[in-house]
Design a protein around this ligand. Structure first.
Ligand code: UD1
Ligand code: UDP
Length: 380
């Protein structure tokens, strides 16, 4: 391990690089940046710029800015583009700046390529939100591969739940490297939720039961996404007291389909991505969430909003086990029937809302900071 310490990481001298590149990583890592800095730890923030406007908007909400910004995003970027650009930029950065540890988050291509750069440079990598598994490499794609590969390259694994920790232990990760911390997204909600929050969107939907909709996954692009959105259209045609708010992901593969199927429809608002403060507060006021997102499944549990997940498998089974979320699949008819049932069955709805939040109580960043500052994971 490079730097001043051989045993415990010394907060006075330690150099930590926190790297992320997409909106969800920013939302879940900015609270950790703030926590570590509040303890006097030397943290540099590197953003790959896998995302652009939605990334900067999320960082701004937490008052975090980049020390290094690779600015790599291009329209319609492929996984090859992302991986090769991030690796090349990381190689240059690590040639002039050598942190004691690199922290990555979750399962994006940014996290994968940054961890690979750390591994090649023999710099210890710590993985936040470690151990999530669908055990299906095709869904979520390519995230399931990314997170498994990051596990192999990491020396500290911050698992959000016991289930995630068990996955890691079952794969042979030494228990001395696995820590259950809760999910930092619950900490993020501590920054973003506002009492009495008002917004134009909520005003437009006054008196309606809001379905908060997001859909963007790579494996759904094309026909699957079309069928999902057609099911939403049928729902809004069938329930006059329901309004849909859909902040559309800027990916052209999503934007064009959303506009084609849901554009100009009554009681459906298609809007640009919401800043995270508005997003979390609108979700908190929604009747239910309908999503293929990962992070929104966790937020649903923290906000106690029932979530129907438009996927066939999820790497977040905890929400399903406690009952706050349920799989609606990716087939249009199945999605329609599942949403209709939740809108009509008040008992089911109330039962889902009573579920406990399995993703922690909002002190994950504190726990991660404690562990980082008292560990010698960098020494192998
Ligand atoms: C990526 C992550 C996925 C995460 C999602 C969050 C990988 C492999 N996937 O999705 O896990 O759920 O981000 O949103 O890392 N775009 C913009 N402006 C932005 C952001 C994106 O215009 O601020 C457009 C660009 O045309 C870009 C496209 O969206 O090429 C896709 O972005 P990308 O990060 O490649 O999306 P995914 O890989 O689908
Ligand atoms: N989000 C946001 N604005 C939006 C839509 C989502 O701030 O318009 C937030 C959401 O609350 C969650 C995160 O973005 O914290 C989820 O990101 P996304 O669905 O893009 O990625 P995933 O979690 O599926 O990787």
């Amino acid at each position: 391990m490079s730097g001043a310490t051989q045993n415990n990481l010394n907060k006075e001298n330690i150099k930590i690089l926190i790297a992320f590149g997409t909106r969800p990583e920013a939302i879940k890592m900015c609270p950790l940046v703030r926590e570590l800095r509040s303890r006097g730890v030397g943290v540099k923030v590197c953003v790959t710029g896998q995302h652009k406007e939605i990334l900067y908007s999320a960082m701004k909400a937490f008052g975090v800015s980049a020390d290094y910004d690779f600015g790599i995003m291009s329209e319609g970027q492929t996984l090859f583009d992302l991986t090769e650009r991030i690796l090349a930029k990381m190689k240059s950065l690590l040639a002039v700046y050598t942190p004691d540890a690199i922290l990555v988050h979750g399962d994006t291509t940014t996290a994968f390529a940054v961890a690979l750069a750390g591994f090649y440079s023999k710099i210890p990598v710590a993985h936040v939100e470690a151990g999530l598994r669908s055990y299906d490499l095709s869904s979520p794609y390519p995230e399931e591969l990314n997170r498994r590969a990051i596990t192999l390259m990491s020396r500290a694994h911050f698992a959000p739940t016991n289930d995630a920790a068990c996955n890691l232990l079952g794969e042979g990760v030494p228990s001395s490297q696995v820590f259950v911390t809760g999910n930092t997204v619950v900490d993020a909600l501590g920054y973003t939720l506002r009492k009495g929050f008002k917004s134009k969107l909520l005003k437009e939907m006054a008196g309606k039961r809001i379905i908060f909709l997001t859909a963007h996954r790579r494996e759904s692009h094309g026909k699957t996404l079309e069928n999902m959105l057609l099911a939403v259209r049928r729902i809004s045609e069938s329930f006059e007291d329901v309004g849909v708010i859909y902040p559309v992901h800027p990916n052209p593969n999503v934007k064009n389909t959303a506009e084609k199927i849901l554009g100009g429809r009554e009681r459906i608002i298609l809007c640009p991505p919401l800043d995270v403060v508005e997003c979390h507060n609108v979700m908190a006021k929604s009747y239910m969430l309908l999503t293929d997102s990962g992070g929104i499944q966790e937020e649903a549990a923290a906000l106690r909003r029932p979530a129907l997940v438009m996927r066939n498998v999820t790497e977040r089974p905890e929400g399903i086990k406690v009952g706050i979320s349920a799989l609606a699949g990716t087939d249009g008819e199945q999605i329609f029937v599942t949403v209709k049932r939740l809108l009509e069955d008040k008992k089911l709805y109330e039962k889902m809302r009573r579920a406990d939040n399995p993703y922690g109580s909002g002190n994950a960043c504190g726990k991660i900071a404690d562990i980082l500052l008292s560990s010698n994971f960098g020494n192998k």
